[in-house]
Design a protein around this ligand. Structure first.
Ligand code: SAM
Length: 291
């Protein structure tokens, strides 16, 4: 087996050799602990038959561990300066392909169709750039990619929001959006000391397992997410206040209150107490009146 990229010493050597300087604006905090990296890939339960999609390979620390466990790795890296480095570090792994693209702009369905077999087991494994964690995750989920599981590292605070349950402070529109598409759980936490440079926050590994079908039946997905976002616009306001603002162009406050009464939801409650089932009921209640 080749020497791990992710030891502090080897990482320093690679960075120095290529005169690489970290760009904070691209969320470049590289992992320097091979054990943490192996545990991340283990959490995706891949086999040699599987394909892995990575976002932001950096100098290849996590990519290397993925390449040891999976049959093919496709990695999207926005920073052109990392390409010659990856060419060198990934030389022992010919089944790794690096694409120099912003993942937020990439047509992922087309990439998946052209790089993986139809029906191949696919996982996303990534240490996400913190400045775009949420947009990247939402893109991966909303585009309904044929991916079984995503094991992704992010700020602990964001991981907590994604996996939060109703009634907790962290619960919000992001929790509902993510949990509509996937089962979310924190696998383990990672101290800031295993990164170079060290970030100011601790991180968590979140596992998102795609659901076969959403946990609730929703009459109209666009309206469901519109209501979820609108209900949380001002967290401390009541549901009735937030929803009457949301529907002010089509319904009077009294009419909005009636819709809530119809389904037995108290307008004085706050959005953070509502379950996904209740948001689905709200969607049906408003569907006929907004269109
Ligand atoms: N995987 C490496 C590791 O764990 O050491 C690096 C992770 S670092 C937190 C995030 C990486 O994502 C950086 O290499 C950065 O250049 C890259 N990146 C940032 N924004 C990106 C984007 N929009 N699309 C693709 N890659 C991006």
């Amino acid at each position: 087996m080749t020497k791990d990229i992710a030891t502090p010493k080897r990482t320093q050597e690679i960075l120095k050799k290529h005169g690489f300087r970290f760009k904070k604006s691209l969320g470049q905090n590289f992992l320097i602990d091979p054990n943490v990296l192996t545990n991340i890939v283990n959490a995706a339960s891949v086999t040699k038959e599987s394909g892995i999609i990575e976002i932001g390979p950096g100098i290849g620390a996590l990519t290397e561990q993925s390449a040891r466990q999976a049959g093919k790795v496709l990695a999207f890296e926005i920073d052109q300066r990392l390409l010659p480095i990856l060419k060198e570090t990934m030389a022992p792994y010919p089944h790794v392909e690096v694409i120099n693209e912003d993942v937020l702009k990439a047509d992922l369905h087309t990439f998946i169709n052209s790089h993986f077999e139809e029906g191949q087991d696919l996982a996303v494994v990534a240490n996400l750039p913190y400045y775009v964690t949420t947009p990247i995750l939402m893109k991966l989920l909303e585009e309904k990619l044929p991916v079984r599981v995503m094991v992704v590292m992010m700020q602990t605070e964001v991981a907590e929001r994604i996996s939060a349950k109703p009634g907790s402070k962290a619960y919000g529109s992001l929790s509902i959006a993510a949990q509509y598409y996937a089962h979310a759980e924190t696998v383990f936490q990672v101290p800031r000391t295993v990164f170079m440079p060290q970030p100011n926050v601790d991180s968590s590994i979140l596992r998102l397992t795609r659901r076969e079908k959403p946990p609730v039946d929703v009459v109209n997905e666009a309206l469901f997410f519109h209501i979820v976002r609108g209900a949380f616009v001002q967290r401390r306001k009541t549901l009735l206040n937030n929803l009457s603002k949301l529907f002010e162009d089509t319904l009077s406050k009294g009419e909005t209150a009636e819709r809530l009464q119809e389904i037995g939801i108290d307008g004085k409650r706050r959005a953070e107490t509502l379950t996904m089932t209740e948001f689905a009921a709200l969607t049906s209640a408003f569907y006929r009146y907004t269109g």
